[in-house]
Design a protein around this ligand. Structure first.
Ligand code: HEC
Ligand code: HEC
Ligand code: HEC
Ligand code: HEC
Ligand code: HEC
Ligand code: HEC
Ligand code: HEC
Ligand code: HEC
Length: 297
């Protein structure tokens, strides 16, 4: 019955030109006082009767936020939450599930950007995250995911048993990815922002670097997370040219970073220039004798 009502409402809404016009010209309707009809059919929505253009699930959002677009969310949506997770999550999250599924509105609390008295939250919680604002980007994650299990999640295991790419895994580090495994959007845009080590150190707290006899970011002369000197650069270019391996540096700062030496990707990733199998070393190192990739003996 409810579903039927939503369908009727959605059909009615198609007759409203403003909604479609908005969606097409790509204007941001959030937090504005003059774009309520982007989502609401009439000007007098209430908590009990929000009068939405579409059911309050992903349909309302995906018209503008296609899963492959640049303004896509990095989290999957319309996904079932198992009973354990449902017990763990705060009540406000539970109340916003649809048929036991997590939808956009479970994590994004729309009324924050609707109501006059809440409009100031724009400055503290611009993405209207439910239960926000949060201090750390990972804080909302643990409202649903078990923290212990989550740090055991293996992000290097990038294919499901079915052989499908696990896109949600890519989105742990990349801001967007399409279904074929191409990194889209800003070409190489990372979910951790400027601090690229943060995408690894959350799960691998390495300081000083484990297993190695030298420091990677200490105060001594062997700090490795730096812009390579011309001499090291020359050696890196020679290595890349002669072996075909990649030694990427932090695209923003030009410094060596975790992924310069370690390849975090699955060996079978399409469109990723993978290190030839006979060159790779354990610990995901891009080559055996990794020191020699950058140092002449
Ligand atoms: C991007 C879509 C979107 C826009 C734009 C939007 N709303 Fe909403 N609004 C929603 C959704 C979704 C809900 C929550 C429906 C639910 O969960 O019951 C909601 C809920 C509400 C409610 C009920 C409040 C409550 O506490 O549940 C009011 C009132 C409201 N909106 C008014 C407005 C007004 C006024 C504007 C313009 C200033 C506006 N909305 C703009 C999507 C939107
Ligand atoms: C009419 C089109 C439209 C609809 C419908 C819409 N959005 Fe948006 N949304 C936008 C645009 C445009 C932006 C700005 C994107 C950008 O700058 O890249 C945006 C930005 C956002 C942001 C980032 C915060 C911000 O203000 O930049 C969030 C979060 C968001 N939308 C969630 C949602 C959710 C959840 C829904 C469904 C309830 C929804 N949107 C419905 C067009 C829309
Ligand atoms: C499980 C929780 C969750 C779900 C479900 C979810 N989001 Fe998000 N979304 C987030 C979080 C957390 C962020 C903020 C990420 C960050 O820190 O940059 C975000 C960010 C966004 C942004 C801003 C992206 C950017 O980088 O500018 C948009 C737009 C957005 N979400 C839209 C949606 C839409 C549309 C849906 C439903 C199809 C959705 N989200 C479902 C948690 C969620
Ligand atoms: C509202 C609850 C909720 C929140 C908040 C949430 N998630 Fe999820 N997440 C889910 C559900 C449900 C699934 C799908 C079922 C599963 O894998 O457990 C999922 C799946 C994932 C997966 C895919 C796991 C796999 O094996 O493919 C990753 C990665 C992930 N979430 C990361 C995050 C991150 C990072 C955050 C914080 C920005 C976050 N989640 C916040 C509910 C949530
Ligand atoms: C643990 C973090 C992490 C995960 C998970 C991850 N990546 Fe990456 N990815 C990186 C880093 C760091 C780089 C930049 C260094 C490099 O090129 O290896 C990168 C680079 C890439 C590039 C190369 C872009 C170019 O420069 O041409 C592709 C393609 C790519 N990733 C695809 C994926 C896909 C597809 C997934 C999911 C199956 C994924 N990545 C998962 C961290 C990650
Ligand atoms: C969500 C947690 C998580 C993140 C983020 C993460 N890793 Fe891992 N990593 C793991 C787990 C779990 C293993 C163990 C996998 C195994 O034993 O097969 C692992 C294994 C490794 C290993 C050891 C090699 C091996 O196969 O045992 C290296 C090196 C490594 N990761 C580097 C990185 C780098 C570099 C990044 C950032 C680009 C990164 N990891 C991001 C969880 C993570
Ligand atoms: C200059 C190259 C280089 C850089 C940069 C680098 N590593 Fe390593 N890493 C190594 C080498 C070499 C080993 C193997 C050490 C050994 O076997 O004694 C290793 C080992 C590891 C291991 C496995 C260690 C163990 O004992 O399980 C992890 C995890 C790891 N590195 C993570 C990281 C992270 C996270 C970063 C970024 C903060 C990073 N590495 C930066 C070269 C590097
Ligand atoms: C990805 C390139 C890279 C790899 C791999 C690498 N280094 Fe370095 N190393 C550097 C850079 C960059 C410096 C900083 C000095 C410079 O730029 O000339 C440095 C500095 C050093 C120094 C300090 C010496 C000096 O001239 O200041 C030592 C010692 C050192 N590395 C040992 C090692 C060892 C041992 C390994 C292998 C476990 C290794 N490095 C792997 C790039 C690398």
């Amino acid at each position: 019955m409810l579903n039927y009502i939503w369908q009727v409402l959605a059909l009615t809404a198609m007759a409203f030109p403003s909604w479609t016009a908005m969606a097409e010209d790509g204007q941001n309707p959030h937090w504005r006082t003059d774009a309520c009809d982007t989502c609401h059919i009439e000007k007098s929505p209430t908590a009990g009767n929000p009068l939405l253009n579409a059911a309050p699930d992903d349909a309302l959002c995906l018209d503008c936020h296609a899963a492959t677009s640049e303004s896509a969310c990095r989290h999957l949506s319309t996904i079932p939450a198992d009973p354990d997770m449902q017990r763990r999550m705060p009540g406000s999250f539970q109340a916003s599930l649809r048929d036991d599924q997590v939808v956009c509105e479970t994590c994004h609390e729309l009324p924050a950007q609707c109501l006059d008295e809440r409009r100031n939250e724009r400055f503290t919680n611009p993405m209207f995250l439910r239960e926000g604002p949060f201090h750390q980007r990972s804080d909302p994650c643990y409202l649903c995911h078990d923290k212990n299990a989550y740090t055991k999640l293996n992000p290097h295991d990038q294919f499901a048993d079915s052989g499908d790419l696990r896109e949600a895994i890519c989105l742990l580090c990349h801001t967007s990815v399409d279904a074929t495994g191409k990194i889209t959007g800003n070409n190489l845009s990372f979910s951790t922002g400027d601090d690229l080590s943060a995408m690894c150190t959350g799960c691998h707290p390495v300081e000083p670097h484990p297993g190695a006899t030298f420091s990677f970011s200490g105060t001594d002369s062997s700090n490795h997370l730096v812009i390579p000197s011309p001499e090291v650069r020359r050696r890196m270019d020679e290595t890349a040219a002669s072996t075909g391996i990649r030694l990427p540096v932090d695209p923003l700062s030009g410094k060596i970073f975790c992924a310069t030496c370690h390849d975090p990707h699955d060996d079978n990733l399409p469109d990723y220039p993978v290190t030839p199998a006979d060159t790779r070393d354990t610990n995901r190192l891009r080559q055996k004798n990794i020191c020699l990739a950058c140092h002449d003996k």
